[in-house]
Design a protein around this ligand. Structure first.
Ligand SMILES: NC(=O)c1ccc[n+]([C@@H]2O[C@H](COP(=O)([O-])OP(=O)(O)OC[C@H]3O[C@@H](n4cnc5c(N)ncnc54)[C@H](O)[C@@H]3O)[C@@H](O)[C@H]2O)c1
Length: 325
């Protein structure tokens, strides 16, 4: 490969690795060199599918000089371990969301990245979309007037066997909502959350949650995250983000691009799902690694997003409005 090609290695080759492999394939000047996965059979199958090498251990992957950047695509509980392994081997890291299990884990990643002088970027893919960036610009430049409300809504049915591999929708999906809100309109001061478990027979994690938030500037926001049912109505709230101001508003919807074929665990393909990951990977490779740009959402943002998640959990446990901290 040419001298300036950025070599990528995947730690973890589950569902989301399919989207990242396609994103790397579409990113000029980047190449997926190889992957490691805990179960060998899956590793063999994915290495063949992606046309890349398979490493016997994660250590062998991070120590290969052909690899410049490591994507940590494992389950949440192992993100810290593999992120530190890669940073300490001198590699840049893109780590999937939720970045860590608690604020302390994300702080450890931040300190390790600073020590190594390497980029560690959260996999906060939803904001790497032209519509999101335009909204951010309009808000920042004051073109929408005073922002009064922001809505982030997600209604995508997930079968129980898929949901069983993840935490409930608060950690798995509200993490997206949290970094989207931070990116578009800023920090919340306090919030109140509720959750429900409606369609699972075996697992106990929530499949529905809603949150009301009061922002630092006094405006309000609302989050909904559901694995319980798809929204089949005329103007579906599949993934919908609205910002409303006194002088204008914006909308971003997954339903603007629909392909009638199953998309991983979704009943149809929402083009923006792959699209946002493709844009995110391009920003990481071209923007951060080649041109020294900051991620659009940093580890500091991941820390605030994690504080929001923990505030939601506290609010539910204590049945009251809580400060985000
Ligand atoms: N950004 C997005 O839109 C998006 C979408 C889906 C998943 N994700 C995130 O990607 C990550 C992976 O999710 P997925 O959907 O690919 O899940 P998956 O269940 O398909 O894959 C999980 C991966 O983790 C590995 N793993 C599990 N336990 C492990 C352990 N103890 N040690 C080492 N490896 C272990 C598995 O081998 C597998 O490679 C999660 O953090 C998830 O939150 C992000």
């Amino acid at each position: 490969m040419p001298d300036d090609t950025i070599g990528v290695g995947f730690i973890g080759a589950g569902d989301v690795s399919v989207l990242h492999a396609e994103a790397v394939r579409r990113c000029p000047g980047a190449k997926l060199v190889g992957l490691w996965n805990r179960t060998e059979q899956r590793a063999i199958q994915r290495a063949e599918q992606f046309g890349c090498k398979r490493y016997e251990t994660p250590e062998a992957l991070v120590n290969d000089p052909a690899i410049d950047a490591v994507f940590v695509l494992t389950n949440l509980e192992t993100h810290l371990k593999y992120t530190l392994l890669a940073l300490e081997a001198g590699k840049h890291v893109l780590v999937e969301k939720p970045v860590g299990c608690d604020v302390g884990e994300i702080e450890q990643m931040k300190a390790a990245a600073a020590r190594a002088g390497r980029v560690c970027m959260p996999g906060h893919n939803y904001i790497y979309e032209a519509g999101m960036e335009r909204t951010k610009q309009l808000v920042t430049e004051g073109e929408l007037g005073r922002i009064v409300s922001c809505y982030v809504l997600y209604n995508i049915h997930h079968p129980e066997e898929v949901a069983a591999r993840y935490p409930g929708v608060i950690r798995q999906i509200m993490t997206h909502h949290s970094y989207i809100l931070l990116y578009l309109v800023g920090r919340p001061k306090r919030l109140v959350a509720m959750k429900a478990t409606l369609h699972y027979e075996r697992i106990t994690q929530e499949d529905l949650a809603m949150v009301q938030l009061e922002m630092e500037d006094g405006s309000l926001a609302h989050f909904c995250a559901s694995f319980a049912a798809d929204d089949h109505t005329a103007d579906p709230w599949t993934v919908l983000v609205k910002v409303i101001g006194t002088a204008g508003g914006t909308r971003y919807s997954y339903r603007d691009w629909v392909e009638l074929k199953p998309g991983l665990v979704h009943s149809q393909t929402y083009t923006a799902y792959q699209g946002s990951i493709t844009n995110e990977v391009r920003h990481f490779i071209d923007g951060c690694l080649r041109r020294g740009l900051e991620p659009l959402s940093t580890l500091d943002d991941a820390i605030v997003a994690q504080k929001m998640i923990e505030a939601m959990e506290r609010s539910i446990e204590e049945g009251r409005i809580v400060e985000v901290g």
